[in-house]
Structure formats: structure tokens, C-alpha cells
Write a protein that binds this ligand. Sequence first.
Ligand code: KIV
Ligand code: ZN
Length: 542
Amino acid sequence: MDPYVRIFDTTLRDGEQSPGATMTSAEKLEVARALARLGVDVIEAGFPAASPDDLEAVRRIAVEVGNPSAETDGKTPVICGLARATRSDIDKAWQAVSPAAKPRIHTFLATSEIHMQYKLKMTREQVLERVREMVAYARSLCPDVEFSPEDAGRSDPAFLYQVLAEAVRAGASTLNIPDTVGYTMPDEFGALIAGILANTPGIENCIVSVHCHNDLGVATANTLAGLRAGARQAEVTVNGIGERAGNTALEEVVMALQTRRPVYNLSTGIDATQITRVSKLVSNYTGISVQPNKAIVGANAFAHEAGIHQDGLLKNNLTYEIMRPESVGAAQTRLVLGKHSGRHALKTRLASLGYDLNEAEADQVFERFKALADRKKVITDADLEALISDELYQPRELFSLDGLQVACGTMGMPTATVRLRDPEGAMHVQAAVGTGPVDAAYKAIDAVVQARVVLLEFVVHAVTEGIDALGEVTVRIQGQNGFSALDAQKEVDQPRTFGGYGADTDIVVASAKAYLAALNKLLVASGRYGPVEKAAMEFVNP
Ligand code: KIV
Ligand code: ZN
């Protein structure tokens, strides 16, 4: 059997559906480029029927990432759009993915009794008929069609074989088996895949795919069990983000196959050394921070604290390390550049990290680098990556921070004064008192921006060790009373949440930047400042 496992990344679709993970079109495009450079085989770029903005974002990815370009190192992944099993969803998916060199339509319909009876209100016969019709319709538009029986993990296997056989006959070439609610256990899921391969007529000409959710913490184990049983596509997300407890994490599957190659005898096309970078990009854009003990990409994944472990590592790193940090791009190379270093040295270091900056971007980053080098003696690659995220990869700023001053401590009332530039370029100065300096700064910002929001999450962490470390802040907010942009992806209207990211050696400044980044996204999405596309697609830099 072919040992190649296709990595199907659904960070921009199933991942983006998780609370707070909303990304702007520009951010989605940047993540898609990073995924292409990482070497994923398929990018599920979104759910085009969700809204015109979603359709446009997928189309833009199909044009710019779905065709050979220098920005993706010439790699051209399949660009896939999700569609319910209806003509109108399938038409929209095709409209969005058709500009790609390798387009795919992914359509789905539920097959478990509970979904058919209560959600779809359809009989088994009606489901079979709809699958037949809609897969054939998708196939009449697109040469590459994937079909998923939603909630397969809780479906009757005998009925699944029938549904999948219909999908194959109608022209599907990939059959994806989702454990939609994360219910199955690894041995059951492996057996389900083996049963499908053995009992579905025509399946020998198809790729079987697995798509697992992590409600019981076994999504990666289920995915690996499915691959062992013969599946050859894994549907995953970066950092495992996704609905509820999330999806299978890309980095966990890739590194399990790589580290335990003799056990699985399977390979992927992923360049694992880019994993850490892509993980950071996704966590910065979504505002969903990675738990420190998360496998492969957590801050402590390669940290050794116990004296016994450190002693062993010094003697031979294999004593306590099953993977080298550099194999996933997590090595902390120290940049031997300081405040006297030149622009060329910085550009060369950034190029070796994979950032190909144009002149204007290089100037912008150099300015920030110099300012940082004045305050911090040793600058690591992690510092540089935080700086790039903060400086270049922000959506267009409607309101931007021009100045911030705080007074705080045990002697009085924490007070912040902010100077903000509004979308028309006018300056506003505002002071406020709060429970602490960050609260005061946020109140002062609120008084200028006048958006009504609640702060759902606020996370600070240091990029590197040391008292002079850069601090990174991610926040998540939700609009209220007229500022609550609705989530078009959800069947039930639900206010969207927005993430923001900021980095600075001063954590109050980083906090203000992160809050403003989230506010700017909310203002754009709630339609306060012109068409979403116009504002969201423009980066701060030219
Ligand atoms: O979890 C699920 O069932 C899905 C399908 C749309 C594939 O995400
Ligand atoms: Zn899913």
C-alpha cells in the first residue's frame, strides 16, 4: 500500500469555526501561504456559503496560493471549499475554488440516526438519494470531489458502506470519515476504517481520509489508528484549534509519523522545521494561545527543569529527548547582532528564518529592531518573530496607538493616558482610571473608540527568558449592543469574538496594541468603517 499520507489542513475552516478564532481575509491569506510553504497537500480554505466575505477570502487564496508562486516556494496545494449537500452551497464552493490549479469541492451530509432524525429530518433513503445527486452535481463542476458522512463515528457501519458506495459511484475520489463529536476510541475508530475499506464497493480507487475531534482527548490517537488501518489522508489543524475541544493537531500527527517511522512506515510531505513558525502565526492571528505543555509546540515542550533530566541531557540528549527542538524549528538561536548591527545582517538572518521582506518592510522591521536592541542585549529568533508579527502582520489599523503613559503602584489610583490616531488621521488624547494600568489603558481606549465590548480573555507571556524579555499579549473580545457582528458560519446566530496580538518590552504597551488590533477587527466586521474587504485586506505596511 502507498505509504504517503496526505495532510489536509482545515485550520482556515474547522479551526476558524472555534470561538474567537475569526481571522481577517489578509490573515487567512498569510496563513494559507505559510501552510503551502509547510508542505500541506490540501488547504481547506473556508466555507464559501457562510458569507460573501468567506467566499471572497477562499477565492483570493485559490488565486494566490492555489497557483505556483515564489511566495509559496513554488508549492501548489489543492485548494478546497466546504459545501453542505445543496446546489447553492456547491455552486458557491465552486465559484470560490475554481481559480486554483487544483480545486476541490468537499461536500457533506450527516448519516447518524440522531442527526438524520432530529437535524435533517430525512430517512435513510432520502440521505442516499441526496448524496447520489449532490456528489454527482459537484463532480459535474469539479474533477476532484471529497464526500464526508457527518457524524460517521456514531453511524451504523452497514449504512455507512451504502452511503459511501453511492458517493464513489457518483464520482467522489476522497471519502472522509469524521468523528464529528469526538466519541470513538482509537481501537473502535481503527476498526471502523478497516471495515469501510473492506466493505465499500469501489473504494479501492479512492483515498480514505480521517477527521477527528478531541472531545475525549484522543483525536491524535484516533487519527493514527485510522492511518494504521489504511486511511491515507489526515484532516488536521495547526495547534489543534477547532470546535469545542478542537481537531487533531497537525504537528502531533506529523511528528508521531516521523519520530516513530518504524512503527507506522508512513511519510508526509511536511517540512517539520516550519512547524513552530506556523504555530505562532496561527496563535497570533486567532488570539488563541497555546497551552505551555502542548505537545510539540507548547512553550515547555522542549524545556527540561528537573536536575536529573538536565544532567542526563548534558551527557547525551537522547536520554530525555525523543525529538530535537530544531527538528520542529523550535531552536532558540541567539542572534549575535546588537545595537551596532547593520540592516544587511538583519535581513540575512530574517531570510534564513524564511521571511522574504521587500525594501519597505525591511526598513520598518529594522527601525523596530534598533529600538529593541537599545533595550535588550540579546535578541533571539523568537524575539524577531514576535516583532515581525507585531509590525507587519496586523490588519489595517483604523485606530492606532500613538502614545501611552501610565502611573500605577501601591500609592494611588492606576491612571493611563493614551494618544490615539483615528481613521481620519485626527489625534485624541484621553485619560482614565482603572483597577490596574491595563484596565486604565483599556478604559481610555474605550472612551476614544466608543465601541461597546466585553473582554473575554487576556493572556500575557514573555517571548524569551530574562527581565528585559519582549512581552506578548493576546486578547479576545466580543462586541455588544450594535457592535455584535454575527457569526455567519453558525446555523444559529451567535456574536463573533475577535482576537488581537501585540508585542513590546513594555507589557502595558503590548496590551494596548493587542486590544486595539482586536477592536479594529470588530469595527471592520460590524460594518462601522466601510466594506470589510477594503479595510481587512490592507496591511499596515505598503
Ligand atoms: O466534524 C465534521 O464532521 C466536519 C465535517 C464537515 C467534515 O467538520
Ligand atoms: Zn470537523
